[in-house]
Ligand binder design. Structure first.
Ligand SMILES: O=c1ccn([C@@H]2O[C@H](COP(=O)(O)O)[C@@H](O)[C@H]2O)c(=O)[nH]1
Length: 312
């Protein structure tokens, strides 16, 4: 549930994120991307029947067990909607349960759905996902959104962010190798991703809170450190969500440029290398599969420490 000010006005998402980063001392975002075949055996057994609701129950258990481990170690989690949607309706129920569990545990939730559409439909997406607790049916603090449909498709999200003290992260420069096909195109002397960043910066105008950041954040991949530096400068009032750390090759030195001088303004997502840490050589020997939660804990501590050393 959103923390409230004395006037009972919910604290803005950007400020809640700043508070959570300060409280935990962590800029790590734990990505909740459950994949059936990679789950520890004890969890995979829940899905033994092969039915969608059994798989969904396994996903819920796995994600909630991870939340139990990381709730005091990090500021936020990012459930990836795709893995839940893949299971159909039962998966979507699981997504809702995981979001609620994380929120109740005091974590900020960024649902990674990469939603958007024409304005009137975008409003429905915004109302569905944005607003923690009972403010929306999904109860997310924040949602990833696509800018491809233009400014009028983003404005409904901005409105709902204002109403519900929520946030969005607009895809600016994604971590995947093929993203440049469109994002790096130069038009009117500017790359598309730089034009999107300009739009993000415009939308945040007049919306910054105590933290100096506004509700409209940006996604910029750890796999493009030079562009990350360029985007930090282009969007000084936007939180940057940096995916691509770990399994996609991004390292601590690649993400430094995403932070402001106070070591704030960015969160670094890591999904596979944290949640399936028990499968990594460095942790499997020490913990084995039966102690998979200890592996998640150790991997999260390690990421926190590596980032803290680099950023401070
Ligand atoms: O540009 C982007 C935008 C989103 N993602 C998502 O982040 C995680 C990354 O998972 P890892 O296991 O840490 O590679 C995943 O949910 C992606 O869909 C991204 O990677 N890049």
């Amino acid at each position: 549930m959103s923390q409230s000010t004395s006037q009972n006005k919910p604290t803005a998402f950007a400020d809640r994120l700043a508070q959570a980063v300060r409280r935990t001392g962590s800029v790590t975002c734990v990505g909740l991307d459950p994949r059936l075949e990679q789950l520890p055996t004890s969890i995979r057994q829940i899905a033994e029947s092969g039915a969608a609701d059994a798989k969904a129950a396994a996903y819920t258990q796995f994600c909630c067990d991870i939340i139990d481990v990381v709730k005091d170690k990090v500021a936020c989690v990012k459930p990836q909607a795709a893995f839940f949607e893949q299971l159909g309706p039962a998966g979507m129920v699981s997504l809702g349960q995981v979001i609620r569990y994380a929120s109740d545990a005091g974590l900020l939730v960024i649902t990674d759905g990469k939603r958007n559409d024409i304005g009137s439909t975008a409003t429905a997406y915004a109302q569905a996902y944005l607003g923690a607790g009972d403010a929306s049916p999904w109860g997310s603090d924040s949602l990833t959104v696509s800018p491809y449909l233009g400014r009028d498709s983003l404005e409904p999200f901005v409105e709902v962010c204002d109403e519900r003290a929520a946030g969005v992260f607009v895809l600016v420069k994604t971590s995947n190798p093929g993203g440049g096909l469109l994002q790096d195109r130069v038009t009117d002397g500017q790359t598309i991703y730089a034009r999107v960043a300009e739009l993000v910066q415009e939308l945040n105008q007049g919306r910054t809170g105590e933290s100096g950041y506004g509700p409209i954040g940006a996604v910029v991949g750890a796999t493009y450190p030079e562009q990350l530096a360029e985007m930090r400068a282009a969007m000084p009032t936007s939180w940057i969500l940096i995916p691509g750390f770990g399994a996609q090759g991004g390292t601590a030195k690649d993400v430094i440029a995403g932070f402001d001088d106070a070591g704030m303004g960015a969160i670094v997502n890591n999904s596979r290398n944290l949640i399936f840490a028990h499968r990594r050589d460095e942790y499997s020997q020490k913990y084995g599969e039966s102690r998979w939660q200890d592996a998640v804990s150790a991997a999260t501590d390690e990421m926190n420490a590596v980032l803290a050393t680099r950023i401070s």
